[in-house]
Design a protein around this ligand. Structure first.
Ligand SMILES: *Cc1c(COP(=O)(O)O)cnc(C)c1O
Length: 306
């Protein structure tokens, strides 16, 4: 436990919530802030710390097993935290071992994480009961954490992020990228009645992503989704996935490059790049009410762009 306290002492929490004033068409009509969860820590950044926090605090197993791709922000954050906390970690990585491992995998090796490559077919079973039971038998007394750290308890850490925002800005709308949906669920479940949330889907998943978000929501909040209730307080915009998860167009790359040259903080093309592109586009279309207070959650993940 002392290890956890010393790890937490190295984190910048609460993370900054900074005014943001880009010279983009339409931006002068509203007030913008960026919740800088990317600034929590140089390695354990963003929503991955938020999602793991509760699990690591309650940790009482002998080891951890988790999943991800070769660029996974989740495995990167968990790998570093496990090293710091002295917890043995096995990372089940989608795909085959490559002669040129990604920087993320190189870091895991450096931190003493056991890496096992899993073919795509097996990886697809990562949430099925029979596969998980098999892993439980193989990895005795292991805590198995789902891909992305997206388990039910992950939303507590996200709720804390929203509480931090609420203590600095009386916002109307908060925006965040959506992949597994746990982050948006945590946000929605922490909104006050007059606040709303907009998720930006970073993969092709109309309907699918909404279901993922609802799966983590307390039942009472499900009723607020746009599908079932006209007084919705959250929705997911599917216009900005750029063809799918981790798909990038030259325009998006150019947007991120210009952003990183001219703005006070950095973005990457998989999550935050699509989020800020969406913001810019929505501003130009006059999506937000005049004078609205909007918070953009920078969920981190810059390591993935290496
Ligand atoms: C994992 C990740 C997300 C997606 O969050 P979900 O809870 O899976 O929807 C967003 N941004 C970054 C930087 C991430 O690493």
């Amino acid at each position: 436990m002392n290890d956890l306290l010393s790890l937490e002492a190295t984190l910048t929490l609460p993370s900054p919530c900074q005014p943001f004033a880009p010279e983009w068409p339409g931006s002068n009509k509203i007030n913008l802030w960026v919740k800088r969860d990317d600034a929590i820590h140089s390695v354990i950044s963003g929503n991955k710390w938020r999602k793991l926090q509760h699990t690591l605090k309650k940790f009482s197993h002998s080891q951890i097993v988790s999943f991800g791709g070769a660029y996974s922000n989740h495995l990167h954050a968990l790998g570093f935290a496990s090293k710091e906390l002295g917890i043995p970690l096995t990372a089940l990585v989608r795909g085959h071992e490559s002669a040129t491992p990604s920087p993320m995998l190189q870091d895991l090796v450096k931190w003493g994480v056991d890496i096992e490559f899993v073919d795509r077919k097996t990886y697809q079973q990562r949430n099925t009961e029979s596969y998980l039971a098999q892993l439980e038998r193989r990895f005795d007394s292991a805590l198995i954490i789902p891909e992305g750290g997206s388990e039910a308890s992950a939303i507590y850490g996200i709720q804390e992020m929203v509480r931090e925002v609420n203590s600095t800005v009386a916002f109307d709308t908060i925006m965040a990228p959506v992949a597994s949906g746990a982050t948006l669920s945590g946000i929605v479940s922490a909104l006050t009645p007059k606040q709303s949330a907009i998720g930006i889907g970073v993969l092709k998943g109309e309907g699918y992503l909404e279901n993922l978000v609802e799966q983590f929501l307390p039942l009472s909040d499900c009723a607020h989704s746009m599908k079932t209730n006209p007084t919705q307080n959250w929705n997911i915009n599917h216009s900005y996935h750029f063809g799918g998860y981790a798909k990038v167009t030259p325009e998006l790359r150019e947007f991120c490059d210009t952003f990183n040259r001219t703005m006070p903080f950095h973005i990457e093309p998989v999550y935050s790049g699509k989020l800020f592109w969406a913001l810019k586009d929505m501003l130009s279309k006059g999506t937000f009410k005049q004078g609205a207070n909007i918070v953009i959650v920078h969920t981190g993940g810059l390591q993935g762009a290496r």
